[in-house]
Design a protein around this ligand. Structure first.
Ligand code: DX5
Ligand code: ZN
Length: 226
């Protein structure tokens, strides 16, 4: 079953509360919290995302899907564990070696969170295979991390398909999340390729009716929305 994780990165200033309540009412499956430290990526959203996540935690039961685009992953895990996220995803590229990746996986688990690993568009999908038995989700970035509103990189569809094939061949139970440029045009191909959690920011936040767009993003492959 496909789920939708709404990225709050591009929420309009001054409309945060209204937007979060409306997304809760529209039954977004997750709130996607894009944490950027101004070092791993250029933008710094760290404190803003901490405030937003704390606020959402108070008004909604929807799970928080925290996407760490930071160099100091452990520090961010400490800070964001306070808002009791459902899952914390860190970038493979933020770790210097396998030992650090495994330490980070275990550190997140010790904070009672599920674990995801994210990979940038230029990182080979093979780099993540060895960690799959230890994590709950693989986040395939379908844009270069760092900002919302970018265009989907169509060559990522094959990457998702390759990951799905590997997961099925190895009888693993892993969610595949895609993130960046996901909308009604690109959703069908990534779902067909095997993604089961779609992150969308612009496509949802710019819609007139959040529930309509969320339901249309989720509708099973081949279903034509009425
Ligand atoms: C980019 C973030 C994405 C982004 C998605 O670094 O990880 O979550 O906000 O935004 P859209 O859906 O607008 O591409
Ligand atoms: Zn993200």
């Amino acid at each position: 079953m496909v789920e939708v994780s709404t990225s709050i990165l591009s929420v309009k200033k001054g409309e945060e509360s209204k937007t979060f309540f409306a997304l809760e009412a529209a039954k977004t499956d997750y709130f996607h919290i894009d944490v950027m430290d101004g070092k791993f990526v250029e933008k710094d959203t760290y404190q803003t995302m901490l405030e937003y996540a704390s606020y959402i935690r108070r008004i909604s039961n929807a799970p928080l899907d925290v996407h760490l685009m930071v160099e100091d992953v452990k520090e961010a895990v400490d800070d964001f564990s306070a808002v009791e996220p459902n899952i914390i995803t860190f970038h493979l590229e933020a770790c210097k070696d396998e030992k650090e990746v495994m330490e980070t996986i275990n550190y997140i688990k010790q904070n009672n969170c599920k674990v995801g690993i994210a990979i940038k568009p230029n990182t080979s999908i093979k780099e993540v295979y060895q960690y799959l038995p230890y994590i709950h989700m693989c986040l395939v970035m379908t844009v270069e991390p760092g900002k919302g509103g970018q265009t989907y990189l169509s060559e990522m569809t094959e990457k998702v398909r390759t990951l799905k094939k590997y997961i099925d061949e190895n009888q693993l139970e892993i969610d595949i999340e895609v993130d960046g440029g996901i909308n009604l045009r690109t959703a069908p191909e990534v779902k067909k390729a095997g993604a089961n959690i779609l992150v969308a920011g612009t496509a949802i936040l710019n819609a007139v009716d959040y529930k309509v767009i969320i339901d249309e993003l989720k509708c099973p492959i081949g279903d034509v929305s009425l």
